[in-house]
Design a protein around this ligand. Sequence first.
Ligand SMILES: Cc1ncc(COP(=O)(O)O)c(C=O)c1O
Length: 325
Amino acid sequence: MTRPARARINLQALQHNFSRVQHAAPRSKIMAIIKANAYGHGLVRVAQALPAADAFGVACLDEAISLREAGFDRRIVLLEGLFAAEDVGLINGYRLDVVIHHSSQIELLEQGRLLRPLDAWVKLDTGMHRLGFEPDSVASVTQRLQNIPQLGVIRYMSHLSCADDPDNVATGRQLQVFLDAVGTSGAEQTLANSAAILGWPDTHRDWVRPGIMLYGGSPLAGRSAQSLELQPVMTLGTRLIAVNERRQGDAIGYGEDWICPTDMRIGVAAIGYGDGYPRHAPSGTPVLVNGKRAALAGRVSMDMISSTGRSSPHRTTSSPTLAAG
Ligand SMILES: Cc1ncc(COP(=O)(O)O)c(C=O)c1O
């Protein structure tokens, strides 16, 4: 028998979550963030299921090229921009947009030769202190870019560090810094990730950039995905490979971490951290055994988990959205 652990992808759930973005940010264009293989859900299949996305955001050239070669004609934005001189020709040849967050990237463009217009998204560091230019350098950065032959439309972006927390004043501060720098530029702007789409309408601007919420994960601290009407796109499923009767006091798995509170049946399912099931998921993490809610018992092993529950050895499923909580 082949290994029964499977990740099932529900594209209707993805489309439902996309419609939540449209509903929450009705006046903004949507750049669907599908980097990192669409957060592990499959780059091309996710892109195909999102015909209403105005653009796709990806991490690297390989992902962008895969999309173009699969026939996508839409705007594709390289979120980390270009890294090397040879990227210039590829980016231009595949008609990609680039995020520009560092002066070394401007140098690459200055030294390269653009054969057709290249649109750039200038990233400002408004407080996250990860990527981006200082807001007070926006004029000089813009000027340098505008001097590059064939440099097309310039847009401005920033990333929010604390939008998941509805009480955190950092988001308002970041928004203000951004607006002070580019609010009156007349250029298109984007700030909002999933958390800001759902929690901070003032940040929506011209474009929003949903990632995690498309896949059904809650972006807001203390709020479940369900309460935000998001549906899990990925479900992990496998089979029970053993069901054993255990006695009260028996310890389950590595480290004797979990002790049976009564005599009970413990199922062992063929899935573990080697399959991508989170190793840190604690005992008590919900799993479904034949559709009924049960709980992880003991530490996650490399290729097995144990669960409480009294069902017979058939199929068990576990939503990673629940598991991560
Ligand atoms: C630049 C940028 N925008 C948007 C997103 C989407 O963020 P989230 O998954 O929190 O919606 C990411 C994700 O890492 C990102 O790097």
